[in-house]
Every structure is written in structure tokens, then in C-alpha cells.
Ligand binder design. Structure first.
Ligand code: DCT
Ligand code: MG
Length: 432
């Protein structure tokens, strides 16, 4: 018998928990002694999901199918697989039999079929065939370019472009982001470490201090949840005096640019106005702050120091070319060129890192921190909980109570959870 005591704390605390698996099994008169029973509330924001995962064989399979659905613009299917994966991730022990899953929420027919396949055969045939498919491989490679989404990748695939070489040869017009993305492809597909995130944090703090004293910088995204690596680094910037933050982003960006820290940046203006927008949830809750999508140039091996990158140390391929070398054939030339590129890459003293900067007024800061800490599914579930269970609208800017017809102000994440009638979940347990 495996450990079955999970989430009892929250149930004892009287938080809303769905009819549980245990109840359903009791109805069906199945012996609890046979297998571990799980009682799991259905919204991810009601659960504590740490980085420990006892079912990575199952979550990997479900996440891959979620990703594939998203890459094919099938958002409904994507969310269904994400919810199923998050549920498996929240279980306290390893699942060994399908009978343990009866009555659990979030598991649709398709997800159950995948889980059954993995439990019985070690792998899911659907996952294996997806991984092998030419289309999935191409979608992964092409959307791995910063600035390329599923729709663009699909268009390119229909034009016969499946990889970076074919893209380069195709003469496709790329926008500024995509050109930069292609140029720094390898770096941007290399996970960012916590040490690198901290080093960038120091640079951002320095930038912010230089342009407006008293400004505050908060590390958000996966790193705030305790992840050891991420695909980017997310920062939220504010100032304790409301209104002081207006116009801050262009100054921060100008400082970073003047110091040579930016390889690419695109700033979008703040388009949120409470009086004008009203409580209705915007199409995307993420894009209404003043936001800067950037690619940082981070000096390697100096993660603890926030020093300016030094141009003179910047090794280019030409620097490792040795003039005495004889090249007789095209093949030799190609080989040599590859070697030089590898050597140049290993000598490169900086790397490119994706960084998102967001500026929030202090009055919205708690909502912004909550919205930007993630995980993506946790955020989605918080908004769904607010709307479906509380008749409230939650965004990264505000919480509106539709019943009382008023905004609920908050200065901490704890207050927002309390308004929502949810037990407070700290960032390290929002890894749904
Ligand atoms: N976010 C969200 N909805 C989105 C995109 C983002 O709620 N559609 C929130 C949740 C996480 C945060 O913004 C930062 O986004 P990412 O950097 O994409 O996520 P992450 O958890 O930081 O992942 P990674 O560690 O890979 O950067
Ligand atoms: Mg991130």
C-alpha cells in the first residue's frame, strides 16, 4: 500500500475539493488496500506542485502531445493534455496501475489511453510516432527560432522548408526578431542557468538604478518557482511611488544599449487603462504592460560579475583561421570551416540569452508578480477558477469582482489568493 495521505491539509482547511477519487471508489466498493488512492482537487491552483515529479514517464508523454497540439494550433487539445500532465505531476507517488486513476479529474479518454499505453508498454505508440514524424521535427526546429510561431512554421513547411539550411537557402524574408533568432539559434536553444539569470539580474538592477533611483527589480517566471534552468529570464520592474515608472522602460533600454548589453530588443508600450478597458479579460493577459523582448549579450564564466562585455575579446571565426593551412578540396574546406566554427564557438566569451523586461505601476505590482510567476498552466487555472467559481476576472493588472461590481485592490499575492478563496500556494509549489 502506497502513501495515500495527500492534500488532507487543504481538505481539513475546508477548501473546495471536488468529489474525490476515494469517495468514488467507496461507492464502487473497491478495496483501498489494492492500490494507492489519490484525492486531487481539479484546479491546478488548488494543488501544491513542487519540482518533484514521481511520474515523469507519464508527464513527458502527455507534455509532448500537448506541445504537438499547440504546434498544430489545436489549443483545446493542448490544454487538455497540459491539464492531464499537471495532474499526474501532482500525484505523491508513482502510478503503477490504471485502477489508481479511476475517478480522478482532468483525465480525458485520450489522455487515459496514452497513460495506459505507457504503463503497459513502457512507451506510448502515439508519442513515439509523433516524435518520429517529419512535421513534428520541422515544427520543433523552426519554432526554435526566436520570433517564429506555429503559424509561420506551418507556412514554411507547406513551402517545403523543414530545417535551418532550407530556410537560409529559401530566400524567405525574415523580420528583425527572426533574423536575430536565427543568428543566435544555438545559444537561445541552450537552457539558461540560475547563475546566468542572477548575473543578468544584477545588470538589470544596475541599469534601473542608473536611470531612476528607488526602482525595484523582481525575478519572475520559472526561476522564481525555483527552477534550475529556463528558456529565458523574466523580470518585473516597478517604483514605490505610483507614476514614477512611466517612461522608465525606454531609459533602461537606452542604458543597456549604450553599455553593449543588448543584441536585440523590441519594446511594446503599456496599453492597459483600467478606466477604458474595464474588467473584461483582454485577449491575452500578458501583453498590456510596457514590455521589452530582448536578447542579452552575457559574458561567459563571469556569472557572478555584472561586467560589460568586452568587444576586443570577441573571437570571430576569422580569428581562428590559420593562414598556413593548405586546402585542396571543397570537402576539406567544408570540414575545416566546421572545425573553425566549433573552435570559434568554444572560444566565444559571451552567450546570447532571451530576457523579458516588464514595467508595472506599484498599484498593479502584486497582480503582475502573480501573473508573471507562472507556471503557464497555474496562471490559466487561476483565471479559470476566478471566472467559473468566483464570478471574478483576474488578469496580471487587476482582480474584478463581477458580483460586487468592483475592483479588489491588493498589495501582496497572499491577499489575491485570499480574495479568490484559495489557500496560499508559494511560488515553489506553482510548478503545475
Ligand atoms: N505566462 C502566462 N501565459 C502565457 C505566457 C506567460 O501566464 N501565455 C506567464 C507565466 C510564466 C511567465 O509568464 C513567464 O513566461 P515563460 O518565460 O514563458 O515561462 P517560464 O515558466 O518562465 O518558463 P521558462 O523557465 O522556460 O522560461
Ligand atoms: Mg521564463
Amino acid at each position: 500500500l502506497l502513501d495515500v495521505s495527500w492534500y488532507t491539509e487543504s481538505m481539513r482547511a475546508g477548501h473546495p475539493v471536488e468529489i474525490t477519487h476515494r469517495h468514488k471508489l467507496q461507492e464502487q466498493q473497491i478495496s483501498e488496500a489494492e492500490v494507492a488512492l489519490f484525492s486531487v482537487p481539479s484546479y491546478a491552483c488548488q494543488r501544491r506542485t513542487t519540482r518533484d515529479n514521481h511520474n515523469s514517464n507519464l508527464t513527458d508523454a502527455l507534455s509532448l502531445l500537448a506541445e504537438n497540439a499547440e504546434l498544430n494550433n489545436e489549443d483545446g487539445r493542448g490544454v487538455a493534455f497540459r491539464r492531464a500532465a499537471a495532474l499526474m505531476k501532482a500525484l505523491p507517488t508513482q502510478v503503477i496501475s490504471m485502477s489508481q486513476l479511476r475517478g480522478l479529474p482532468c483525465l480525458g479518454e485520450h489522455s487515459l489511453r496514452v497513460i495506459k499505453d505507457v504503463l503497459e508498454n513502457g512507451v506510448s505508440s502515439e508519442v513515439e510516432s509523433t516524435k518520429q514524424s517529419k512535421r513534428y521535427k520541422a515544427l520543433k526546429i523552426l519554432t526554435g527560432i526566436f520570433g517564429v510561431g506555429a503559424k509561420t512554421a506551418d507556412r514554411w513547411i507547406r513551402e517545403g522548408i523543414y530545417n535551418l539550411e532550407q530556410l537560409r537557402d529559401s530566400g524567405q524574408t525574415l523580420n528583425r526578431a527572426q533574423k536575430s533568432g536565427l543568428e543566435h539559434y544555438d545559444d537561445l536553444n541552450e537552457p539558461v542557468t540560475k547563475a546566468e539569470a542572477d548575473a543578468i539580474g544584477e545588470i538589470v538592477q544596475k541599469a534601473v538604478d542608473s536611470v531612476l533611483t528607488g526602482s525595484q527589480v523582481a525575478l519572475t517566471g520559472g526561476f522564481r518557482r525555483g527552477k534550475l534552468t529556463g528558456h529565458d529570464v523574466d523580470f518585473l520592474i516597478t517604483h514605490p511611488e505610483e507614476g514614477k515608472e512611466v517612461g522608465l522602460m525606454p531609459k533602461v533600454v537606452a542604458w543597456l544599449e549604450s553599455q553593449g548589453f543588448l543584441l536585440y530588443q523590441k519594446t511594446t508600450r503599456n496599453s492597459y487603462l483600467e478606466s477604458k478597458d474595464g474588467p473584461a479579460r483582454p485577449a491575452s493577459n500578458m501583453d498590456r504592460f510596457e514590455r521589452c523582448f530582448s536578447i542579452f549579450k552575457l559574458t561567459k564564466g563571469k556569472e557572478q560579475e555584472s561586467t560589460q562585455p568586452e568587444e576586443q575579446n570577441d573571437l570571430k571565426t576569422k580569428d581562428v583561421l590559420r593562414p598556413h593551412m593548405q586546402v585542396d578540396t571543397d570537402q576539406q574546406l567544408c570540414e575545416l570551416s566546421k572545425n573553425y566554427q566549433m573552435e570559434a564557438a568554444s572560444h566565444k566569451i559571451w552567450r546570447a540569452v532571451r530576457v523579458d523586461l516588464v514595467v508595472s505601476p506599484i498599484s498593479q505590482f502584486a497582480f503582475a508578480v502573480l501573473g508573471w510567476t507562472g507556471s503557464k498552466l497555474f496562471e490559466r487555472e487561476l483565471r479559470r477558477w476566478a471566472g467559473h467559481e468566483k464570478n471574478m476576472s483576474l488578469s496580471s493588472h487587476a482582480l474584478f469582482d463581477n458580483t460586487q461590481n468592483k475592483y479588489l485592490r491588493a498589495t501582496s499575492e497572499e491577499e489575491i489568493f485570499a480574495y479568490l478563496g484559495l489557500e496560499y500556494i508559494p511560488p515553489s509549489e506553482r510548478n503545475a
